[in-house]
Design a protein. Structure first.
Lengths: 354, 259
């Protein structure tokens, strides 16, 4: 250090030497002050002919040495200043630590958003009120279903009757279920948030009985009840569109929703979601007293013939495995009564071929 | 025994200064990458990873030094300009913006100096350029210098650049200056650097100085600049975007020369 500061006990003065200074300052002239660019230094100040002179000490060992050797009242002042500095140091550490944690938290959220958006997105979507589901469903209904509707009362009523029987037996929900038939040769049916289930004519043609259709509808109803489509849609559209949904309502997001129907029809749910929908669908069938065997048959048949029904497989992978899973599950359950569906399936098939 | 090379220098220019360092054979100066303006025959340039002071030993030391410097806004590498010739030779250094070069006789000011980010221009080899971390939250957030400043240590000559005109002031113990944030170039570490609320909502909102002053309290020496580069850059940008031309609002309609 360029300047030496030491307390001379014999002569009761502070010796300051260095940088062209050689002073002996009596205790009565000395005053202490805290400062330094980080508040960690203690200034020893004494008056001179013009103004004051000061020595700034900021390293711990020197301050400790001074505290030991200075006369009691000065030493006490020094102690106070050092304690104040330590307090400030601790406080700033805490605040900076909190700031760092906050920044890290934001970074972690952003990283999660980019890499695994489901983690953050799912709770947000789950918190959305069911009005959002209903609004989305209505928007999709208006934009697409009305356009491609398969206009045959026999077919439509059949599907409606099957559907509503299942809905009556399903767990209660705020949704008003509607079933629509769309003129499309691909074998597919999909769920829209809010209670809209769309069935393609292709699927109806591939089904051998009303029970098979019931199985598919029960599965889709399950998706609606669990709000899987909303989660899947939110993930596909991304966080911003979902936020727009929340803030502006589905009407404002209608532009993006024009794609929604296409998205939803091709939507591939996660494996867990599919299993969950399978199980709930089975429950609904049993509660509606419809035989679940046919649903399992349908799945098995579709899964086995991958060349004929590529669309089905695209949206319902693992059909065979899931059919097996359902069969095993069914075997463990007690037998349930069944009532036949009041649908003239041959008539429906005839209407479809018109 | 001093570790520094003792260099002679000359500063040229008025408002857009540059400095010429005169090196004896064997002496060297260390500078920010890109600061060199010219060098005479005999001066050799070498890029190093540290700052050339012996404070950091070994590769890890150099790495730490370089890492800390990147945070302060200097580049990872420093260039050393050594005189390998015979006789005195000169090398010139200049800053990339208009302003002054401030010479610091480190030995005379207590061997340590805290300066704003990016202020360092060049120094005698042996001066160490490191990081000075501001731990006062208020000062860090609102003081105008951020949380990271540069710390220069050594007992040789060091040179910093600043914008505008420089004010140097020696503060007595307890004497305080309230400074416009951003106008601080540097200070000796005994100076208390903090912030103070402007006081009065009207002044804060409409006074044009923002919500906080930076305060510098002595004892110690402080260097202030009249025109921080960022402020000038902001004005130039605003002028380029607005393009209102000289004179009144209507001037653009009737005067030609819309260049």
């Amino acid at each position: 250090m360029p300047v030496q500061v030491a307390w001379d006990r014999g002569r009761h003065v502070l010796r300051v030497q260095g940088e062209g200074v050689d002073a002996a300052v009596p205790a009565s002239h000395l005053s202490l002050d805290r400062g330094g660019w980080r508040g960690e230094a203690v200034h020893l100040v004494w008056p001179q002919e013009a103004g004051h002179a000061a020595v700034s000490v900021d390293d711990g060992p020197s301050l400790a040495a001074l505290e030991r050797t200075l006369p009691p009242d000065l030493a006490e002042q020094l102690r106070q200043h050092r304690r104040a500095a330590a307090r400030e140091h601790r406080r700033s550490r805490i605040v900076l630590g909190c700031l760092a944690v906050a920044v890290l938290g934001v970074v972690a959220a952003v990283v999660t958003l980019v890499t695994a958006p489901a983690l953050l997105l799912d709770p947000v979507v789950s918190a959305l009120p069911t009005d959002v589901d209903v609004a989305v469903g209505r928007a999709v209904e208006q934009s697409v279903v009305a356009r491609d509707r398969y206009d045959d009362p026999v077919v439509e009523q059949a599907v409606e009757r099957i559907g509503q029987r299942l809905v009556a037996a399903a767990p209660p929900s705020p949704f008003r279920f509607r079933f629509h038939v769309v003129d499309d040769p691909t074998v597919n049916a999909f769920a829209v948030p809010g209670g809209v289930v769309v069935v393609h004519t292709g699927l109806l043609r591939a089904a051998r009985s009303a029970d098979e259709v019931a199985g598919v509808l029960a599965h889709e109803i399950a998706h609606v009840l669990e709000r899987h489509s909303l989660h899947a849609l939110a993930q596909r559209l991304g966080l911003w569109a979902t936020v727009e949904l929340v803030v502006g309502g589905a009407d404002s997001a209608a532009g993006g929703l024009a794609n929604a129907a296409t998205t939803l029809s091709g939507l591939r749910y996660g494996r867990d979601q599919e299993r969950a929908a399978d199980r709930l669908g089975l429950q609904i069938l049993r509660a509606a007293e419809v035989s679940p065997e046919r649903m399992i048959d349908f799945f098995t048949r579709m899964g086995a013939d991958d060349r004929a029904v590529p669309d089905w497989l695209a949206t319902h992978p693992d059909s065979v495995a899931r059919a097996a899973d359902l069969r095993a599950r069914l075997a463990r359950l007690p037998a349930a009564p069944t009532r036949p569906l009041q649908v003239d399936w041959p008539a429906v098939q005839r209407a479809l071929r018109r | 025994m001093t570790r520094m090379h003792e260099v002679d220098y000359e500063i040229f220019g008025d408002d857009m200064q540059y400095v010429e360092i005169e090196l004896d054979p064997g002496e060297a100066a260390v500078a920010e990458a890109g600061a060199m303006m010219f060098m005479e025959d005999g001066i050799e340039m070498e890029t190093i990873f540290g700052d050339g002071s012996e404070r950091q030993s070994g590769f890890l030391g150099a790495l730490m030094g370089a890492g800390k410097r990147l945070i302060t806004g200097e580049s990872l590498f420093m260039t050393v300009f050594g005189n390998r010739g015979h006789g005195k030779r000169r090398v010139g250094f200049a800053a990339p913006y208009p302003g002054k070069v401030i010479p610091f006789d480190m030995q005379a000011i207590g061997e340590t100096l805290i300066v704003q980010k990016d202020a360092f221009l060049c120094a005698a080899k042996g001066v160490s350029i490191g990081i000075a971390f501001q731990k006062r939250i208020g000062a860090g957030l609102f003081g105008g210098e951020g949380f990271i400043m540069e710390r220069l240590e050594g007992d040789g000559m060091a040179f910093c650049n600043a914008g505008g005109t420089i004010k140097e002031r020696e503060l007595q113990s307890g004497e305080m200056l309230r400074v416009d944030t951003g106008c601080i170039v540097g200070f000796t570490p005994s100076v208390d650097y903090d912030i103070q609320f402007v006081g009065g909502i009207k002044s804060a909102l409409f006074g044009g100085e923002g919500f906080f002053f930076a305060t510098l309290r002595g004892p110690g020496r402080v260097w202030l600049q009249s025109l921080p580069m960022s402020r000038m850059a902001g004005r130039i940008l605003a002028g380029a975007r607005g393009g209102r031309g000289e004179g009144s609002l209507l001037g653009g309609l009737f005067m030609g020369d819309k260049s």
